[in-house]
Structure formats: structure tokens, C-alpha cells
Design a protein around this ligand. Structure first.
Ligand SMILES: [Zn+2]
Ligand SMILES: [Zn+2]
Length: 220
């Protein structure tokens, strides 16, 4: 099963590496600005003040509710994507993507629809491991201890993506202060994420069993 692909997380691996393929949390301000939120680090789009996230375009502070509701919405969108059950054929020359569960099991139904003509195996496009990792990424960006150590996944990893010259780094003193001033609120955000992560006491979990309660009832 897909859960067999779950591997223990190695503590030595950096967040930049571990969350390489994770999607950023996008926050939308009431002014229409929409930006990648990467926790307490320097950004050209937002600033962390002593009371949360501030939009650089309009200088408005996000209310706590605005952040937590957008966070929850994105988590639920990811869970829906996982449950939408898109399958793809692992034979790259075939390229079939379908939501149809074949009567032939995991075998590719092929372009004929009769499971001949292709030797590929259908795999989930958005695996339980990917979903779990995505939730861990959201958790990490609200981890103020990681922010203090500057070990968060950087916002501007790709060279040339942003003009780094225009993003003024946060001094360590200011960073330490901002982390403590925002710790309580960031812990609330982590609580939102952990409602979805913590159904099991273990860190290595079967996403299928965690999200079982969300599977729609089967139609008669
Ligand atoms: Zn704004
Ligand atoms: Zn195929």
C-alpha cells in the first residue's frame, strides 16, 4: 500500500530539502495582495510585527482569524485533493490520468479501456506521504524556534526569482523578540494544523486511517 512508502523523517535533513516540493501557504490580504507566507523571515510582501502578519502593500495587520481561517481552508483543500483520488499511469509513454478505479485493479486500463496495450501500474497522484509532508511544512512555518535558528524553508530559494537586495534581513535581536511576541498566536496556528496531524500519537502515520472520517459515505 501507499503507506508502506512512509519513511521516518531524518532529523539531519534541512527544511529546504524536506519541503522542497511542498506548497507555500498563500495569504490573501483585504487589499487584494496575495503572497507566499514563509513564517518569521524577511519578505518583500509581508512583515512580522509584534502582533502578527502585516501586509507590505497596504500596511494592514491580519487579524488572527484571517490567518487561521485561510490556513484551515488550504489544509482542507489539500485533503480534498488527496481524496479526489486522481490516478496516473507510471508508464511515462502512456500518460493516462483518471479517477476511474479499474475493475482490473492497479493495472492501467490503457487507451482501449480494457487493460491491454499498457503494462503500467496506476498510482495515486497525490500520495498520503505527500499530504503528510505538506501538513508538516505548514506546521514548520509557525515554529518560532525554527525561525529563531533561521532554519525555515527560505522564501527565495531560486536564484533570480526575487531581488534579494530589496529584502532586508531581520537582525538576530529583532528576530528573537518577534518570535517571542508571536509565539502564542503561532502556537494557535500550529494547533489548527495539529488537529489534522495528531489523531495518532505516532509521527509516522497512515493518512488513510487519519482521514477516514472525511471519506464521503458510499452511495447506495
Ligand atoms: Zn494589504
Ligand atoms: Zn498506462
Amino acid at each position: 500500500t501507499a503507506s508502506n512508502e512512509l519513511q521516518p523523517l531524518e532529523s539531519m535533513i534541512s527544511d529546504a530539502e524536506r519541503f522542497k516540493n511542498s506548497e507555500y501557504l498563500t495569504l490573501q490580504c483585504s487589499c487584494g495582495s496575495s503572497f507566499k507566507f514563509g513564517g518569521i523571515q524577511a519578505s518583500k510582501d509581508y512583515m512580522i510585527t509584534h502582533h502578527g502578519v502585516q501586509c507590505n502593500r497596504c500596511s494592514t495587520n491580519f487579524s488572527n482569524l484571517r490567518v487561521t481561517s485561510q490556513l484551515e481552508k488550504i489544509i482542507r483543500a489539500n485533503i480534498s485533493l488527496y481524496y479526489s483520488g486522481w490516478l496516473y499511469c507510471d508508464d511515462v509513454t502512456c500518460g493516462i490520468v483518471t479517477r476511474q478505479i479499474s475493475v482490473y485493479g492497479r493495472r492501467c486500463i490503457g487507451h482501449s479501456g480494457k487493460a491491454h496495450g499498457c503494462k503500467g501500474i496506476m498510482r495515486y497522484r497525490y500520495s498520503d506521504k505527500q499530504l503528510y509532508n505538506q501538513l508538516l511544512f505548514f506546521d514548520s512555518i509557525f515554529d518560532v524556534d525554527k525561525a529563531k535558528k533561521r532554519s525555515l524553508k527560505p522564501l527565495y530559494e531560486e536564484q533570480g526569482e526575487e531581488d534579494k537586495e530589496n529584502v532586508k534581513p531581520i537582525t538576530q535581536g529583532a528576530l528573537d523578540a518577534l518570535c517571542e511576541q508571536n509565539r502564542d498566536f503561532f502556537d494557535i496556528c500550529r494547533g489548527v494544523i495539529n488537529r489534522y496531524l495528531n489523531n495518532s500519537g505516532r509521527r509516522y502515520v497512515d493518512m488513510g486511517s487519519i482521514f477516514e472520517f472525511m471519506v464521503p459515505e458510499q452511495k447506495a
